[in-house]
Write a protein that binds this ligand. Structure first.
Ligand SMILES: O=C(O)CCC(=O)C(=O)O
Length: 262
């Protein structure tokens, strides 16, 4: 399975509308991939909280429409990163969208752990309450978003639900880059899963983005890592490696705490 992580630049000089069109064209170019992954909140920028209310969209809003068409045209599975979703009751969520190669919305995931402590997303957005997996041909993908990466319980739940690929769109700041790669590797090793973590590049709302999107295999080896700037990171992953790793080194079998055994 070939995966392409599109590490999008989110500088504020580009309007949301033109970024959306540019990203749709980039997705359309990825015809050789099976799975394309975009970062967290790439339309607005994860730290541009002053834009959250004005740029919020319904689940089937302009980003949905543009990404559905791009996935269909490229014939790829598309994890379209996340958007600010305005729900029917007016609550805003940081919601990830996954499309199948026919442009159907195959899954949505509302970010459970909201970042910002007493500001930004943590106070402006509602929290998701459900771990989500989505079936792709021959494998299962578990969904998590950015700050979720710090909470191993969510990843254990996704693994228990059958996830083999953990896909994590993010808008991770440069200041905590050391945590980013460490946590991505830790989630891969402890769950014996692939981790595909796609961040943003550039600077918005005064926050420099780390880039350095990374793909880690179930043994914890880094298969590919981007630099700090906008980049397409393409890598081949073999979901069968997950079962092989778990059979060769069956650590998940020895869990004592928790009810679900993957
Ligand atoms: O956990 C972190 O250090 C960064 C999290 C973050 O930027 C986010 O969730 O948007």
């Amino acid at each position: 399975m070939r995966a392409s992580l599109l590490q999008i630049g989110v500088d504020p000089a580009e309007s949301v509308k033109s970024r959306r069109a540019r990203v749709a064209s980039l997705v359309r170019e990825q015809t050789g991939s099976d799975l394309v992954v975009l970062p967290e909140l790439w339309p607005v920028g994860a730290f541009a909280s002053d834009l959250f209310a004005t740029e919020a969209e319904p689940l089937t809003g302009p980003t949905h429409d543009a990404m559905a068409a791009a996935a269909r045209d490229a014939g790829v599975w598309l994890h379209a990163g996340s958007v600010i979703e305005r729900s029917d009751d007016g609550t805003l969520y940081n919601t990830a969208l996954v499309f199948s190669p026919d442009g159907r919305l195959a899954a949505t995931y509302r970010k459970i752990h909201r970042f910002g402590f007493d500001q930004g997303e943590a106070v402006l957005l509602g929290a998701g309450d459900r771990a989500v997996t989505v079936g792709l041909p021959g494998t299962t993908v578990g969904l998590a978003t950015c700050y979720d990466l710090r909470f191993p319980e969510l990843f254990r739940q996704l693994t228990a639900a059958g996830a083999e690929l953990l896909v994590v769109p993010a808008g991770w700041p440069t200041r905590r880059r050391a945590h980013w790669s460490l946590l991505a590797r830790a989630r891969a090793v402890e769950n014996q899963c692939y981790v595909l973590a796609c961040g943003t590049a550039g600077t918005h709302a005064g926050v420099e983005q780390a880039g350095h999107s990374v793909v880690v295999d179930p043994w914890g080896e880094v298969l590919a890592e981007a630099g700090p700037d906008e980049e397409v990171l393409t890598v081949d992953v073999d979901p069968a490696t997950v079962a092989r790793t778990r059979a060769d080194f069956p650590v998940l079998r020895d869990r004592v705490l928790g009810l679900d055994r993957p």
